[in-house]
Design a protein around this ligand. Structure first.
Ligand SMILES: NC(=O)c1ccc[n+]([C@@H]2O[C@H](COP(=O)([O-])OP(=O)(O)OC[C@H]3O[C@@H](n4cnc5c(N)ncnc54)[C@H](OP(=O)(O)O)[C@@H]3O)[C@@H](O)[C@H]2O)c1
Length: 275
C-alpha cells in the first residue's frame, strides 16, 4: 500500500489541549501537515498552537466540547473553511473513570460514554461525508489497552473503549471501498495529565501513576501515531506486554482470570481508598 503523504494535509485533533493530542499535533506539524486543534480549554490550546509554530507548523484553534454533536460538526466545518480541506481526524479527547463497579453511579457511566464513545462517534460522522466525497481520509482513534484487555476496577473505562474497538473493527472493512483508513492506537500507561483527571467515587489516584508504572513518554506515542498514519497501519498495540496480553489472554478464560486477579491485587496496592 502506498504511503500516506502528510505534507500539505489538514489534520484535525480533538484532545489537542494536552497529552497525546498535543504532542501528536507537534509530530504531524514536523511532517508538514496543517493542524486544527480542538479541546475545551482555550489557554491550553494556545500553548499547543505555540508549540506547533515553534516546530515550523501552522495551526488553527477551534474549541469544542466533544459531548455536543453540533460543536463537533462545527469543528469539522470550520477546519474545512479555514484550511480548505480535511484529510485526517485524530479523535483523542477522553478521560478515565476508575472504581469498583458496585460503587459507580449511572451518571458517571453516562459521562464516560458521552466523552469516550459518543465524542468519537460525533467526530466520525462529522468527517465521514467529506472523506467519502473525496475518496480518501483517515480516522485515528486513540483507544487504550483497556479497550482490549478487561482490567479490574476499570469496568466503565474498559466498556467505553471496548465499544470503540467493536465499532471501528466493523466499520474499517466497510470503508476500504472509499479508500478511508481507520487507524486504532492502543496505548498502555503514558506520562500525561490523564491520571490526575481520573474520576473515581472510591479511590485516590496518584497523579504520577503512569510514571510509577514505568509508562511511555508521550513523545514516543505521538511518533507511533504519526508513523501509523503514514504507513496506514490499522492497529498499533503499545508495549510488549500489551501485544502479548491482547493476543493471548482472550484465548484462555483461566489465564485471563489469573491475570485479572494479579492486576486487582497490585492495583489495590497502588491506589488509596477514599474515606
Ligand atoms: N495517558 C494514558 O496513560 C493513556 C493510556 C491509554 C489511553 N489513553 C487515551 O488517550 C487519550 C488522550 O489522553 P491523554 O493521556 O492525552 O490525557 P490528557 O492529557 O488528560 O488529555 C485529554 C484530552 O481530552 C480532552 N477532553 C476531555 N474531555 C473533553 C470534552 N468533553 N470535550 C473536548 N475535549 C475533551 C482534554 O481537553 P480539554 O480539557 O481542554 O477539553 C484533553 O485535551 C484518551 O482517550 C485516553 O483514554 C491514555
Amino acid at each position: 500500500m502506498a504511503k500516506f503523504e502528510l505534507k500539505g494535509k489538514t489534520v484535525v485533533i480533538t484532545g489537542a489541549s494536552s497529552g497525546i493530542g498535543a504532542e501528536s499535533a507537534v509530530a504531524f506539524a514536523q511532517r508538514g501537515a496543517k493542524l486544527v486543534l480542538s479541546g475545551r480549554k482555550l489557554e491550553a490550546l494556545t500553548r499547543t498552537k505555540e508549540k506547533v509554530e515553534k516546530a515550523g507548523g501552522e495551526a488553527y484553534i477551534v474549541p469544542a466540547d466533544v459531548t455536543k454533536k453540533e460543536e463537533v460538526k462545527a469543528l469539522v466545518e470550520k477546519a474545512v473553511e479555514q484550511t480548505g480541506r480535511i484529510d485526517v481526524i485524530l479523535l483523542g479527547a477522553g478521560f478515565g473513570v476508575l472504581g469498583l463497579a458496585e460503587n459507580i453511579p449511572l451518571e458517571l457511566w453516562e459521562k464516560q460514554f458521552a466523552v469516550n464513545f459518543w465524542g468519537v462517534l460525533y467526530g466520525f460522522y462529522s468527517a465521514l461525508p467529506y472523506f467519502i466525497r473525496q475518496k480518501s481520509g483517515q480516522f485515528i482513534i486513540i483507544n487504550s489497552l483497556s479497550g482490549r484487555i478487561a482490567m479490574p476496577i476499570s469496568s466503565v473505562y474498559c466498556a467505553s473503549k471496548f465499544a470503540l474497538w467493536g465499532f471501528v473493527d466493523s466499520a474499517r472493512v466497510e470503508l476500504e471501498r472509499y479508500n478511508i483508513d481507520i487507524i486504532s492506537i492502543y496505548p498502555s500507561f503514558v506520562m500525561t495529565d490523564f491520571h490526575s483527571r481520573i474520576e473515581s467515587p472510591d479511590f485516590e489516584v496518584p497523579a504520577d501513576l503512569a510514571r510509577k508504572m514505568r509508562g511511555d513518554p508521550v513523545e514516543k506515542i505521538a511518533e507511533k501515531i504519526v508513523r501509523a498514519s503514514e504507513r496506514r497501519k490499522a492497529e498499533t498495540l503499545c508495549t510488549l506486554y500489551g501485544n502479548l496480553g491482547a493476543r493471548f489472554l482472550p484465548m484462555s478464560y483461566y489465564l485471563a482470570k489469573v491475570f485479572q486477579k494479579l492486576s486487582l491485587y497490585f492495583t489495590l496496592k497502588v491506589l488509596k481508598k477514599k474515606n
